[in-house]
Write a protein that binds this ligand. Structure first.
Ligand code: TUI
Length: 308
């Protein structure tokens, strides 16, 4: 399907892989780009040398366009933002904040910038500061989330801006992509489906949790810290949620327990103290496939439905 997003990014399909912190490294990103979508490497809170290496390794594995996600709460976001310019990154997505202060430099460098927005207000602000597209991310997404749902947020953002809108949150197959297009989106960002891909480098325990998850197996924790996160409902996540709800865990104690928890999930597969960030659609993800199969199936499924 050709849209303003495929034209803007120079890719075959308007499918962008989510910039999942600790998860989205060069093997996954290059596989998605080689499949015709746009792979992303997560800047997360990564040390600058790590991100530089990942960008260079990705370039070795694909000659297709790929991007970097900058998590704006990261203490070294300024350095990562500059690194992307120095390394000739073509596409940047941002999350967890307002990237306004980097916009001029990124545009000057010819980078296509697509901020994640959880609201119409931020979408409008991003359009004014020169964003090429916005990613309207609903609360169905994994990880750090806003309040509004994909179904409600996407059409409102589409009505509010002229630039193309990419829908994110709760999309994992052709039906979800077609639905997003019916709401006016011209692309989709997909995270959870790629967790269960062959090329995704997360711990096998994480993949198994995603595949086994049912519709009710995810939970939002940390609302009282100001950084709510959607996770797989493990015993650890339930313990956090109960402590938050019953007031037996202070926000400070919560922060202490969750420092390093993404790494413990992704690298160690540690179900006792890791946070397995994952979207609400995980109940529908039941099989590990290659990124090429995932991208093609989602695109072909949507195309078929939209042509009816
Ligand atoms: O950023 C994400 N998802 C993430 S980031 C992450 S790492 C993390 N670890 C622990 C605590 C928090 C984060 C895991 N998952 N998605 C994009 C996203 N952006 N969701 C929500 C937002 C957002 C929120 C507020 C974007 C902009 C915003 O603007 C506030 C402002 O300054 O106007």
């Amino acid at each position: 399907m050709k849209t303003r997003i495929t034209e803007l990014l120079g890719c075959e399909y308007p499918i962008i892989q989510g910039g999942m912190a600790w998860v989205a490294e060069h093997t996954l990103a290059s596989a998605v780009s080689n499949a015709g979508g746009i792979g992303l490497i997560a800047g997360g809170s990564a040390p600058i040398d790590y991100l530089r290496e990942q960008i260079r390794l990705c370039k070795e594995k694909t000659d297709k366009p790929f991007g970097v996600n900058i998590m704006l709460m990261s203490p070294n976001a300024d350095d990562l933002a500059q690194l992307c310019i120095d390394e000739g990154v073509k596409v940047i997505t941002t999350g967890a904040g307002n990237p306004g202060k980097y916009m001029a430099a990124w545009k000057e460098a010819g980078i296509k910038v697509m901020p994640v927005v959880p609201s119409v207000a931020l979408a409008k602000r991003m359009e004014k500061s020169g964003a090429d597209a916005v990613i309207a991310e609903g609360t169905e997404s994994g990880g750090h989330i806003g309040e509004n749902t994909t179904m409600c947020l996407v059409p409102q953002v589409v009505d509010a801006v002229e630039i193309p809108v990419i829908a994110a949150g709760g999309i994992a197959d052709g039906r979800g992509m077609a639905a997003a297009f019916m709401l006016g989106a011209e692309g989709v960002q997909i995270g959870t489906r790629f967790l269960a891909s062959e090329e995704c480098q997360i711990h096998p325990t994480f993949k198994e949790l995603v595949i086994k998850a049912k519709d009710t197996d995810n939970i939002v924790t940390g609302r009282y810290t100001g950084h709510p996160c959607r996770n797989i409902k493990t015993k650890f996540a339930k313990k956090l949620a109960t402590g938050e709800k019953e007031g037996t865990l202070s926000p400070e104690e919560f922060e202490q327990l969750t420092v390093g928890a993404l790494r413990r999930a992704v690298v160690d597969g540690d179900v006792d103290s890791g946070s397995f960030l994952c979207g609400a659609i995980s109940g529908m993800v039941n099989e590990i496939k290659t990124c090429a199969d995932i991208v093609k199936e989602i695109n072909d499924g949507a195309e078929k439905l939209l042509k009816i």
